[in-house]
Design a protein around this ligand. Structure first.
Ligand SMILES: NC(=O)c1ccc[n+]([C@@H]2O[C@H](COP(=O)([O-])OP(=O)(O)OC[C@H]3O[C@@H](n4cnc5c(N)ncnc54)[C@H](O)[C@@H]3O)[C@@H](O)[C@H]2O)c1
Length: 224
């Protein structure tokens, strides 16, 4: 059987990545495409999404969608699933940091926006992806070290990232009977995007076939 190419970890799989034009999202796209996946980068910035997809080549497409907007998320997810004819991997990764301020001074509009992007955004991305997912699919939600710990001044971000762990655990239980796995990745501040992308690849692929409902800390021990 000479001439057979070795198959990548995501051979034949189709993925969407929100925050796909950002540092971790694009590094994850690169890692997924290198392992045989087709990838749709979803985010806010058309020029950066187009440049990222162009770099990834024929295996990549892109769509603008604000993850806080249900109609936009539904259209982007359905568009990717239709273009690829399937959907196997969902990386809910779009995020914003907010500001640094104590709770007593924290601006309410910033609090609401941080919660909306992370919590409502991940909820909508999962909700609108689920109709397309089948047994063997994997959802990865990017959390943070401060989804497990916290620090002064980051109430909105830490609260949102903790909430994502709750969303992940609930969804992991709901989808286990369907053969769908759901996990979060808490990240350290100084991890290289490529180091995070390799962990995304592990959770997205069959290499983690018995891993669901867990938080995988890619943080150099920062959360211990
Ligand atoms: N970089 C770190 O050190 C670190 C640490 C912990 C957690 N994280 C998390 O990792 C994820 C990715 O972060 P990153 O470091 O790549 O940052 P980044 O700023 O490079 O990427 C974030 C992406 O999210 C997109 N985005 C923001 N709001 C959006 C919205 N409403 N709709 C759609 N897209 C939106 C941005 O356009 C951007 O592409 C985030 O969830 C972040 O909170 C990062």
């Amino acid at each position: 059987m000479g001439g057979m190419e070795p198959e990548g970890l995501l051979h034949g799989k189709a993925a969407i990545i929100t925050g796909g034009e950002g540092s971790i999202g694009l590094a994850t796209g690169r890692a997924f495409v290198a392992e045989g996946a087709r990838v749709c980068l979803i985010g806010l910035l058309a020029d950066e999404l187009a440049a990222g997809a162009a770099e990834l080549g024929d295996a990549a497409t892109w769509a603008v969608a604000d993850v806080t907007d249900s109609v936009q998320v539904k259209a982007a997810v359905a568009g990717a699933a239709e273009a690829f004819g399937r959907l196997d991997v969902v990386v809910s990764n779009a995020g914003i940091a907010g500001v640094i301020a104590p709770v007593a001074d924290y601006p309410e509009d910033v609090f609401d926006q941080v919660m909306a992007v992370h919590v409502r955004g991940s909820f909508l991305v999962c909700k609108h992806s689920l109709p397309f997912l089948r047994s063997g699919a994997s959802i990865v939600i990017t959390s943070s070290v401060v989804g497990l710990t916290s620090a002064a001044g980051i109430c909105a971000y830490a609260t949102a990232k903790h909430a994502l762990v709750g969303l992940m655990r609930t969804l992991a239980k709901e989808t286990a009977p369907l053969g769908i796995r759901v996990n979060t990745i808490p990240l350290a501040r100084h991890a290289a995007p490529e180091e995070v992308a390799r962990a995304m690849l592990f959770l997205a692929s069959g290499e983690s076939s018995f891993v669901t409902g867990t938080t995988l800390a890619v943080d150099g021990g920062m959360s211990i």
